[in-house]
Design a protein around this ligand. Structure first.
Ligand code: ZN
Length: 250
């Protein structure tokens, strides 16, 4: 990794001597989903984002050719409530403290969940209108365990409808949620695909145990529109699996 960064630094020096200072000084640089600051440029928007272009275990991916395996069941114990925020890239709910996800003998704490449109993961090349990411952190190792759930148009989902009614309209706006229960966004089955990957936004760190639920949830198309009115495209395109295995729990 260090060698990669070093090589990248050399490449930067050669490509653009005057850019070097800015590139190295940049911290939490601005990024977006299109144009000059879009996904194909994330890796060069700042040294800390190097993994976005140099990494070999990036996310999302197209889930295909999964291998059936004896992987641990998932169990969530999330608390209701939290704070809903428009962070300029997505709508994110800061979770109420104390919520957990158990995967076998590993326990992760729920930190936040947020939405993408369209879905970031693909299944056999096919995308869904939206995907929610429940971001958990392992208290001791710091590893992230992110559970992705696809959202498909259909019957209304009460939890998603309540959230959609409260989406803060402007970046930076935040509102308290009284009794939103995130469990309402889970499908009836928690069978899932698992693989090792990365954050799907800069700095694209390769620290994520990905779990993607096989069963989508249905939500009211009108509620999807409330999200896409704010963020019509906030999905990183799928990257190469690079010989990684995707395991399937069924
Ligand atoms: Zn995400």
């Amino acid at each position: 990794m260090e060698r990669r960064n070093f090589l990248r630094s050399l490449a930067l020096l050669a490509a653009c001597p005057l850019c070097v200072k800015t590139a190295f000084a940049a911290e939490g640089v601005h990024w977006s989903y299109e144009g000059e600051e879009g996904p194909e440029h994330w890796g060069s928007l700042g040294e800390e984002n190097g993994a976005c272009s140099a990494g070999s275990q990036q996310s999302p991916i197209d889930i295909t050719g999964a291998i059936k395996a004896d992987i641990p069941d998932l169990a969530t114990d999330w608390k209701s409530g939290g704070t809903i925020l428009n962070n300029g890239h997505t709508i994110q709910v800061k979770a109420a403290p104390g919520g957990t996800l158990k995967r076998g003998d590993k326990t992760y704490d729920l930190v936040q969940y947020h939405f993408h449109a369209p879905s970031e993961h693909l299944v056999e090349g096919k995308s869904f209108p939206m995907e929610v990411h429940f971001v958990h952190k392992h208290a001791e190792t710091g590893a992230l365990g992110v559970l992705g759930v696809f959202l498909a148009p259909g019957a209304a989902n009460a939890t998603f409808a309540s959230l959609a009614a409260k989406f803060p309209q402007k970046a930076g706006e935040e509102a308290a949620l009284d009794s939103i229960d995130a469990k309402g966004l889970l499908p009836s089955s928690l069978k899932y695909w698992a693989y090792e990957g990365s954050l799907t936004t800069p700095p694209c760190s390769e620290i994520v145990d990905w779990m993607v639920a096989m069963e989508p949830i249905e939500v009211d198309p009108a509620d999807i529109k409330k999200f896409t009115a704010l963020y019509s495209m906030n999905a990183r395109p799928a990257l190469s699996a690079n010989r990684r295995y995707v395991l399937s729990s069924s």
